[in-house]
Design a protein around this ligand. Structure first.
Ligand SMILES: [Ca+2]
Ligand SMILES: [Ca+2]
Length: 228
């Protein structure tokens, strides 16, 4: 389903929402809001409730204008969380937790930071859309980030040089395919990391504004030495 989200690019996304039972949901982005379509059917026979806004406890306007979200269990507590860029275009982790009302809510976790303590912002990488993908790209047990940008930046890698509880990241470095920056799209480059061919290492499936999906096998990928 992530592949389909990549194909659709800016308009739609797919996510799994933990609500006590396995429920699939789809969110659709409008301006600075995120909309959840809660699956009130089953996984095999989904049926969606009326759309509802995704809210974050005690945070007004939690999502940036035309920004995207990804859903990942960032703190690995069994509940899917949200990574996004906030209204100030800062990389932000919203944690999902069980509130006193017994329901699952989102709350502010923290802003993601570089190893020098600076908050990661869109502008610090590229002012165009930053499409996030969280994955353990280097296989050391913590979440790294791939960010799809396009233009001459292509897809960049932010290595987590902290750990799961206190992640901090190196400045972005470009991912190279056969020694060259990835350049299949100038805009809406949307990477997703998946072990496509079952080699035990992650490959990249990346969507583009053309509607095509592009597969980059790990064997041809490397990381540029210099930071962007
Ligand atoms: Ca979690
Ligand atoms: Ca890692």
């Amino acid at each position: 389903m992530h592949a389909i989200a990549s194909l659709w690019g800016i308009a739609t996304k797919y996510l799994l929402y933990n609500t006590g039972k396995t429920i699939g949901s789809i969110d659709t982005k409008t301006e600075n809001q995120q909309i959840l379509f809660r699956n009130v059917g089953t996984r095999m026979e989904p049926m969606y409730d009326k759309p509802e806004l995704v809210e974050v406890d005690d945070v007004d306007d939690p999502f940036g204008y035309r920004q995207h979200i990804i859903v990942v269990d960032w703190n690995e507590d069994g509940l899917n969380d949200v990574l996004t860029l906030d209204k100030d275009r800062q990389y932000t982790y919203y944690e999902r937790y069980q509130a006193q009302d017994g329901l699952l809510h989102l709350r502010f976790g923290y802003n993601l930071r570089y190893e020098d303590g600076a908050v990661i912002t869109q502008v610090s990488i590229h002012p165009w859309d930053n499409y996030l993908c969280a994955c353990d790209w280097d296989g050391d047990g913590d979440w790294d980030l791939l960010v799809g940008i396009g233009q001459r930046m292509g897809i960049v890698f932010l290595e987590n040089v902290g750990d799961l509880k206190q992640p901090v990241f190196r400045r972005p470095r470009r991912i190279l395919a056969n020694g060259k920056p990835i350049a299949h799209s100038t805009h809406c480059m949307r990477p997703f990391a998946v072990d496509w061919d079952n080699t035990g290492k992650l490959d990249i499936l990346s969507g583009s504004e053309s509607g095509w999906l592009h597969l980059f096998r790990r064997a041809i990928l490397s990381i540029e030495q210099e930071e962007c």
